[in-house]
Write a protein that binds this ligand. Structure first.
Ligand code: HEC
Length: 203
């Protein structure tokens, strides 16, 4: 093969490589749709809805990771050790700076059911969004109402994760999600009764 062909072949490899890398990064940082994208954030201060949200938060045990025994509720901090370094649960109180005060209902849905924080940042699956993906729309709405109205804002700052670069890159998590998470909310098993289905949903 002459040199000219080699140069052309190498050029093609580089172009294809850049295109593939671009596609991967687009895929790994894109913001997925939420059922609530065009929903009005109205009626979310309804007392019954907030109370329902507290019940959902308790049954989903958000507090177990997002609170420390001696800190304000939901201000984050629980250390989760991984072989790559520790990560920390975040502040999910409605504080504008330290917490999720600026989240819309759709942002909240994307974080809880799809593991995607605003700006497309993929959450580590230490946040159990693959399980919370099964939550119904009504329960997500109630949860959001509770976190915005029923939880006090706390200024406790998030602790950065200790996973070193390049392993801390978050976009490859999108591939993991595609391979290992099951899309869709909980579907009732019609051969079982309501109580069985309620139990399966809670699990
Ligand atoms: C098993 C532990 C665990 C439980 C239970 C849990 N979370 Fe999380 N959550 C995490 C961790 C860890 C992170 C941070 C992940 C990261 O940094 O990528 C997180 C991140 C989040 C975020 C993104 C915040 C941000 O902008 O950084 C939200 C919102 C959230 N969780 C809400 C909830 C809600 C609501 C519940 C209950 C329905 C819940 N979490 C239950 C561990 C948990």
């Amino acid at each position: 093969m002459s040199n000219r062909y080699l140069v052309k072949a190498a050029g093609l490899v580089v172009v294809v490589g850049i295109a593939v890398a671009g596609l991967l990064v687009w895929y790994g940082t894109r913001v997925p749709d939420s059922t609530f994208d065009s929903a009005a954030n109205s009626n979310l201060s309804d007392a019954a809805l907030v109370q329902r949200g507290e019940y959902v938060a308790r049954s989903s045990d958000c507090v177990a990771c997002h609170s420390l025994p001696d800190g304000p509720a939901f201000s984050g901090g629980l250390e989760m050790a991984t072989p790559l370094g520790s990560i920390y649960a975040t502040n999910i109180t409605p504080d504008d700076k330290a917490g999720i005060g600026r989240y819309s209902l759709a942002d909240f849905d994307r974080a809880v059911r799809h593991g995607v924080a605003p700006e497309g940042r993929r959450l580590y699956p230490a946040m159990p969004y693959p399980s919370y993906a099964k939550l119904s729309d009504e329960d997500v709405r109630a949860l959001y109402a509770f976190f915005m109205q029923g939880v006090g804002p706390s200024e406790v700052a998030n602790v950065p994760s200790e996973i070193p670069w390049p392993l801390n890159m978050r976009w490859p998590i999108a591939m993991w999600n595609t391979l290992f998470t099951e899309p869709g909310t909980f579907a009732e098993n019609t051969e079982q009764d309501a109580q069985w289905n309620r139990g399966a949903y809670l699990v």
